[in-house]
Each structure stands twice: as structure tokens, then as C-alpha cells.
Design a binder for this molecule. Structure first.
Ligand code: ADP
Ligand code: MG
Length: 572
């Protein structure tokens, strides 16, 4: 895992080394002051050499100026390193998530993903910057300080440094507990985001049922859990802070007493004594740094683990290595012995055989839950089939590049998803970069022209989140315009007009009929009136395809279709 973490530093090697070098120089220069004070007290003061004292201070001043500059570099460029790595990881994660399959999104909460893309990565970025640098500097400073102390007075140095193993033990102890706390914090934060996403997304339902109190309670339960998790980590931070504070003060006190003893009884020079005291103060600094790292490190690690977990989730539908690109398919579709189920052993489709000629319009009817939508969603490979094959124009769809396959298939569903943008952007989604003329032409063919003309902002009208500012019929027309622009050879209309009133439905049917001209069209219909003219009607039940033929044939056959027909229209 560590290796994988460091692989993200690769593009920023130079930045890393620059930052690192500056940080090391900064740490080394920090050690100069105690030595200088010792030198002044031991050598320059007894000599009474005022000029040299001034010179020594001038040198110190120069060092401080350099340090100021280094400080700026370490703070700004160091963070730049962290944010660069964070940005890269976020980009890669987003690219990866976009590739994941329907199955993944069926089982994942949006809020959890948002959490990973925002909060988790922020913590990782912090560690990417501070982790290696602070650890290294802390170690360097400790070793430097120890070296100097050892040189001045070995016994006292060793006695003072007995504290180091205790601190290492504390670090490890708190690190373990903080990791657990951080994991919990992240989980709670993600749940929290998921809850907000769910409630806000469904706010219209919440308000319609006047269930704000209920949602408030659920939200607050999450909120309190989050508070609990935060408190645990703050408690640990508090404990860690105060214990290390106590240890550090004890060491100071010890050095004061022991140093005084060495001065009085063993003739240690005064200057050495002062150097010692100042050095212990310096070596507190890395300990504080390590503490800071302890506080953010587990969060970063926990975040990185979750990041890796998501990055390692393979999309279960992906291009095969030898996948081919096709310019434009005709739409000769064959399902051969197709078997598919969503979860576990249960099969939604079992041994489906079906051929659809290019240009044919085929309608699927049957009870809700029979698998009509499923059957159609296997064609663009939204889900991978378990058995059998599906081919288009003789190509197994698994051998086609997903992009070519999906560019050739257009889907209009019952609930249209519009992006929170303008009408123009939403239509242009069918063909990115389409010209205004092309967009208007598509709008005209979808009979949206007069509606757009009636809007003060025309194509630039904002449709609101998911298109809330439009009526059902307008949304559907927008989806149709998008499809005219996309111009796919294969069209799937999944209950496209089922949610509309009969009048709007009839009007939109005309646009749909126009849209399906010259395309292989798969229509799933609830109201049989809309599919009477289909080339073929296929009845799908839990037992698979049970009847197929033209409308009149099926009515005459007296099977399921004729009963459905009777129920909707009465006996002929
Ligand atoms: P239809 O379109 O004929 O009404 P569907 O194809 O939508 O039926 O659904 C067929 C069956 O598959 C149903 O039992 C439904 O509960 C199940 N199903 C549909 N989509 C999913 C999904 N994403 N995950 C799990 N089960 C699903
Ligand atoms: Mg359906």
C-alpha cells in the first residue's frame, strides 16, 4: 500500500525534493541557535569581545532571514505538493467511478461516493504533504539534537533521551486508536452525506407527506453518531496532547535539575548548560510534529484505504482487449439463449431467443416485473448476461467497444433525467458540440420549437435540477430532441409516454413515430393503443417470450395478448 501511495509522488519528484531539502535545511538551521548561545556564553562573554558578539548575532540574523524564506517555500510548495497529489487522485477516482457498471451504482449510495471524492481525499492530500516530510524532519532533528548533546555531555544526553522510546510507544498506541476512530469518522461522514443526498433529493416527497419531523429524526440520529465519532477522536487528541505535554515538561525539569547538578558538581560550562536547555526545547518541536502527524496520519491512511478499495473495484462491464470499433451499426439484433439475473441464483430471463431485423419495430408487452426493461437494457450492455449471446449485425456485443455500441443505441425512458443546466445543454447531450442550428432542428422535430420560442431565454432557459421546471411532456420532448440529435440506428422506447396524460401521449406518439423511422425500434408499452401498428408484438411474462405476432394475429389467437387487449378496450 505504501508503495502505491508513493507512486502518486512520481510526477512531482522535483517539487518533493525541493520541499524536502528546504525542510531539512530549516531543521538543521534550527539547531544553530542553541549552539550559538552556548558559544557566546562560554567563549565570547568571558573574553568580553563585544564586536564578535555583534558579528555572531549578525550571522544569526542572516540565518533567520534564510529560514523565513525556507519557511515560505516549505509551507506553500509543500502544500502545493499535497494538493497536486490530491487533485490527481480525485481526477483518477472520478474517471474510474464513471466507468463502473450499473450493478455497482445499483448498490452504492451517492452520498458515500461524494464523501470519498471530497472529504477522504482532502485528508489524504494533507498526509501526502505532511506525512513523509514531518516524519523525516522529526527524526533528523531528534538525531541532530541528540548528537550535539552527546558531544557536549554524553551522560546527561543519554538520560534525557530515555524519554524517546516512551514517546515512540505513545505514538504507536495513539496511532492505532486514532486509526479506528478515523475509520468510524469516515463511515459516519459518508452516511451523513448519503442521508442529506437522499432527503434533499426526495424533498418534494418529504414535504408532500409532511414527514419533515421523521426525516429530521433520522438526520439527527446520523448527526449524533457523527458527533460521537468526532468526540472519540478529540478525546484521543486531547489525551495525546496532554500526555506528551507532561512528558516534555518533565524532561525540561529534569534537564534543569540534572544540568544544574552537572554545572555545580561536575564543572559543566554555563554555556553548555544553556545549549542543553535550548536543545531540549528544540526537540520538543519534532515531537509536536509527530503528534500532528498522529492526528492526521490515521485519517489519511483510512481515507487512502477506502480510495484504493474503490479504485480496485473493477467495472463488471468493460471493453474486452480485442474489442472493435464500428462506425455505425445497422441494427440486426439477435438474442440467443440469453440468461440473466440481477442477484444470486434468481433468473429474470431464462433462455431468451429473439431476432429483430434492421429497421423493424418490435413492441414488448406483458405484466409489470416480467423483465421487459431488463431484456432491453442488456442490449447496450448495462448488465452482462450470464449465458447465451446477444449480437448486432453479426457482432457479439461483447466484442464491440462499449462506446461504439452505446453510440448506436438510443434510449427514451419514462422518467427522463435532465441535467441541471439549460435546454441547449440538455439537447446537446445527444451530440456534444452540436451547432445551434442542429439543436434547433432537433427541437423542431421533437415539436419543442414553439415552447422554446415562448421562453424569454429560449434555449438558454435553465431547467432546474433533474428538469423540475418543465412539465412531463416537455421533458419527454426534450429527451426526444436529444435523440434526434444523437440519431442512433437502434432505438429503445421504454414506456416513454406511460407517465403522460392521454392527450399529451397522443401528441408525443407522433414525434416518437417520426423518431423511429429508419431505425430498429424496441418499444415497451403499457397502453396497447400505442403499439397496434408495430411490425411485431412480443408478449413477455415470467416464463419468457410466450407469444409473438402482429396485433390482429395475437388478438385472433386468444392468448394473453387478447386478454390484455380485452381488459383495455373491452370485447371487440
Ligand atoms: P418490467 O420492465 O417487465 O416491468 P423489469 O425488467 O424492470 O420488469 O424487472 C424484472 C425483474 O427484475 C423485477 O422482478 C425487478 O424487481 C427486478 N429488477 C429490475 N431491476 C433490478 C435491479 N437493478 N436490481 C435488481 N433487481 C432488479
Ligand atoms: Mg419496465
Amino acid at each position: 500500500m505504501l508503495r502505491r501511495f508513493f507512486s502518486y509522488y512520481k510526477p512531482y519528484k522535483r517539487l518533493f525534493f525541493l520541499d524536502f531539502t528546504c525542510a531539512v535545511i530549516l531543521a538543521v538551521l534550527e539547531l544553530v541557535f542553541p549552539l550559538a548561545v552556548g558559544y557566546v556564553i562560554n567563549t565570547l562573554l568571558p573574553d568580553g569581545n563585544w564586536g564578535l558578539i555583534i558579528s555572531a548575532c549578525a550571522v544569526l540574523l542572516l540565518i533567520y532571514v534564510i529560514n523565513t524564506l525556507l519557511n515560505y517555500i516549505v509551507t506553500y510548495w509543500g502544500h502545493m505538493l499535497g494538493i497536486n497529489i490530491e487533485t490527481d487522485m480525485r481526477r483518477r477516482l472520478f474517471e474510474h467511478v464513471q466507468k463502473l457498471s450499473f450493478r455497482f451504482f445499483d448498490n452504492t449510495k451517492t452520498g458515500h461516493l461524494i464523501s470519498r471524492l471530497t472529504n477522504d481525499l482532502f485528508e489524504i492530500g494533507e498526509v501526502a504533504h505532511h506525512g513523509p516530510e514531518d516524519m523525516f524532519i522529526a527524526a533528523m532533528t531528534l538525531i541532530g539534537a541528540f548528537g550535539i548533546m552527546l558531544f557536549i555531555q554524553p551522560e546527561l544526553a543519554i538520560m534525557t533521551f530515555i524519554i524517546v522510546p516512551i514517546i515512540i510507544w505513545l505514538v504507536l498506541y495513539f496511532n492505532g486508536r486514532m486509526t479506528k476512530a478515523a475509520n468510524r469518522l469516515f463511515t459516519d461522514m459518508a452516511d451523513f452525506n448519503a442521508r442529506v443526498e437522499d432527503t434533499v433529493g426526495g424533498i418534494r416527497v418529504v414535504q408532500a407527506f409532511a414527514n419533515q419531523k421523521h426525516e429530521g429524526k433520522l438526520f439527527n440520529a446520523n448527526n449524533l453518531r457523527f458527533r460521537e465519532a468526532k468526540l472519540i477522536s478529540y478525546k484521543l487528541i486531547g489525551l495525546n496532547h496532554s500526555i506528551s505535554y507532561l512528558l516534555m515538561r518533565l524532561v525540561s525539569l529534569f534537564v534543569l535539575i540534572a544540568g544544574a547538578y552537572y554545572v555545580l558538581r561536575k564543572g559543566m560550562p554555563h554555556g553548555d548548560f544553556v545549549t542543553f536547555v535550548l536543545l531540549t526545547n528544540i526537540f520538543f518541536k519534532p515531537i509536536e510534529k509527530i503528534n500532528a502527524v498522529i492526528e492526521s496520519y490515521p485519517k489519511g491512511i483510512a481515507g487512502f484505504k477506502r480510495y484504493i478499495e474503490l479504485m480496485d473495484t473493477e467495472p463488471d462491464v468493460a471493453d474486452s482487449p480485442h474489442a472493435i470499433e464500428v462506425e455505425r451499426l445497422h441494427g440486426d439484433i439477435r438474442y440467443h439463449n440469453v440468461t440473466f439475473g440481477y442477484e444470486g441464483e434468481a433468473k429474470v430471463l431464462n433462455g431468451i431467443n429473439l431476432s429483430i431485423r434492421a429497421g423493424e419495430t418490435v413492441a414488448f408487452v406483458g405484466p409489470s416485473g416480467a423483465g421487459k426493461t431488463t431484456l432491453c437494457s442488456l442490449l447496450p450492455r448495462f448488465y452482462e448476461i450470464e449465458g447465451g449471446t446477444i449480437s448486432i449485425d453479426g457482432y457479439n456485443i461483447r466484442d464491440l467497444k462499449l462506446e461504439s455500441l452505446r453510440k448506436s443505441i438510443g434510449i427514451v425512458q419514462q422518467d427522463v433525467f435532465l441535467f441541471a443546466g439549460t435546454i441547449r445543454e440538455n439537447i446537446a447531450y445527444g451530440k456534444l458540440g452540436a451547432s445551434d442550428e442542429a439543436i434547433m432542428e432537433a427541437a423542431r422535430r421533437a415539436r419543442l420549437e414553439s415552447f422554446i420560442a415562448s421562453l424569454p431565454n429560449g434555449l438558454d432557459t435553465v431547467v432546474g435540477e433533474r428538469g423540475v421546471k418543465l412539465s412531463g411532456g416537455q421533458k419527454q420532448r426534450l429527451a426526444i430532441a436529444r435523440m434526434f440529435l444523437k440519431n442512433p440506428p437502434i432505438l429503445i422506447l421504454d414506456e416513454a409516454t406511460s407517465a403522460l396524460d392521454t392527450e399529451t401521449e397522443a401528441a408525443i406518439q407522433q414525434s416518437l413515430a417520426e423518431l423511429s423511422v429508419g431505425r430498429t425500434t424496441l418499444v415497451i408499452a403499457h397502453r396497447l393503443a400505442t403499439i397496434k401498428n408495430a411490425d411485431r408484438i412480443i408478449v413477455v411474462t415470467e416464463n419468457g417470450i410466450t407469444e409473438q405476432g402482429r396485433h390482429e394475429e395475437l388478438v385472433a389467437a386468444g392468448g394473453i395478448y387478447s386478454r390484455l387487449h380485452e381488459a383495455q378496450f373491452g370485447r371487440a
